[in-house]
Design a protein around this ligand. Structure first.
Ligand SMILES: CC(C)(COP(=O)(O)OP(=O)(O)OC[C@H]1O[C@@H](n2cnc3c(N)ncnc32)[C@H](O)[C@@H]1OP(=O)(O)O)[C@@H](O)C(=O)NCCC(=O)NCCS
Length: 259
C-alpha cells in the first residue's frame, strides 16, 4: 500500500477518524486560540508568529482587501455574478486576474528586493544602476510602483511603511528590505522625473518579505486578501441583481479602428 500512502506527502496535516492535527497541533486547541493571521502563518510556515509578526501580517491582509469596481479583479468579480456565477466563481474570476501587473507584482518585487539586499553596496547610485538594468533587460515597469489612480501617493503605502518602521524599532523585523524599498521609490522618481509611488502590491510585498515569506507567497497572500473584496462585491452584486453586465454601460462603445 505504500504506493498509495506515498501518493501525497504533506507536513501540514495529519488525520484519522476523530483526530485532526495541523502542523502537529490538535485542531480543537487552535480553534478559539489562534487569530486568522496566526493560522495562516502556522499553515504556511509550520510555526507560531510573535504577536508583532502576526499584527504586521494582519495589517497587510487588511490593506489590500479592496480597491473598488475600478480594480480589474473587483470589476471581474461583479461581472461574473451578473453572468450567473456563484460567489465561488466570482472569487475565482477575481483571483485569476491577480498576476504580474495587477495584484501579483509583489512576487516579482520580493525577488527584486532579495537581489538588492544581497548586493554589498546599496547606495542610491547602485540602486539606480540596478533599476536601469532591470528596466532595460527585464521590464520597463518596476514591480510594486506606479498607480493608475493614486498619484502622487497611494495612501496605503506610507501607512504600511510606518507600521514596518514601528515593527523594526520593536525588533520584530529587520527593516532592511523596507529601507531598500523606500530608496527605490526615491531613485525611481529621480529616473522618471516624477513620483512613481509605491503601490499596494509593493507595500504589502515589503511586509511579506520582512516577515520572511517567499516571492510566491507574497502573491498568494495578496490573492487571499483580495478574495475578501471579491466576495463582498460579488455578494453585493447578487443583492442588486443585474444581468450580463459588461465593463461599460452598453451605450458606450469601444473605438473601432479600421485596418
Ligand atoms: C500599475 C501601472 C499599470 C499603472 O500604470 P500607469 O500609472 O497608468 O502608468 P503608465 O503606463 O501610464 O505610465 C505613466 C508613466 O509612469 C511610468 N511608470 C509607471 N509605473 C512605473 C513603474 N512601475 N516603473 C517605472 N516607470 C513607471 C511610465 O513609464 C510612464 O512614464 P512616461 O510618462 O515617461 O511614459 C504601472 O505603474 C505598473 O505596471 N506598475 C508595475 C506593476 C505593479 O506594481 N502593479 C501593481 C499595481 S497596484
Amino acid at each position: 500500500m505504500s504506493d498509495v500512502t506515498d501518493w501525497w506527502t504533506t507536513s501540514i496535516i495529519d488525520m484519522e477518524p476523530g483526530r485532526i492535527d495541523i502542523r502537529g497541533r490538535a485542531i480543537q486547541d487552535l480553534i478559539g486560540n489562534l487569530s486568522f493571521a496566526e493560522m495562516i502563518w502556522l499553515m504556511l510556515r509550520g510555526s507560531n508568529p510573535t504577536k508583532g509578526e502576526a499584527n504586521l501580517l494582519e495589517a497587510a491582509l487588511v490593506a489590500s482587501v479592496d480597491h473598488g469596481p475600478q480594480a480589474p479583479s473587483i470589476a471581474a468579480a461583479r461581472m461574473a455574478v451578473t453572468c450567473g456565477l456563484g460567489l465561488n466563481g466570482a472569487m475565482g474570476t477575481a483571483v485569476h486576474m491577480l498576476d504580474d501587473v495587477h495584484g501579483g507584482a509583489g512576487q516579482q518585487f520580493v525577488s527584486l528586493l532579495h537581489n538588492l539586499v544581497a548586493e554589498p553596496d546599496q547606495s542610491a547610485s547602485k540602486i539606480a544602476n540596478y533599476l536601469n538594468r532591470y528596466r532595460q533587460d527585464i521590464n520597463p515597469y518596476i514591480p510594486g510602483f506606479g498607480h493608475r489612480f493614486h498619484k502622487p501617493v497611494d495612501p496605503r503605502a506610507p501607512r504600511l511603511m510606518a507600521l514596518v518602521r514601528e515593527a523594526r524599532d520593536r525588533g520584530d523585523v529587520s527593516g532592511e528590505f523596507m529601507h531598500i524599498a523606500v530608496q527605490i521609490e526615491t531613485v525611481l522618481a529621480d529616473i522618471k522625473g516624477k513620483p512613481v509611488p509605491m503601490n499596494i502590491d509593493g507595500a504589502t510585498a515589503v511586509i511579506y518579505v520582512e516577515l520572511g515569506f517567499s516571492p510566491e507567497l507574497a502573491r498568494g497572500l495578496f490573492c487571499l486578501s483580495r478574495s475578501v473584496g471579491a466576495m463582498a462585491h460579488g455578494y453585493e452584486q447578487m443583492q442588486q441583481g443585474g444581468r450580463n453586465k459588461g465593463p461599460t454601460p452598453p451605450r458606450y462603445r469601444w473605438r473601432y479602428k479600421k485596418n
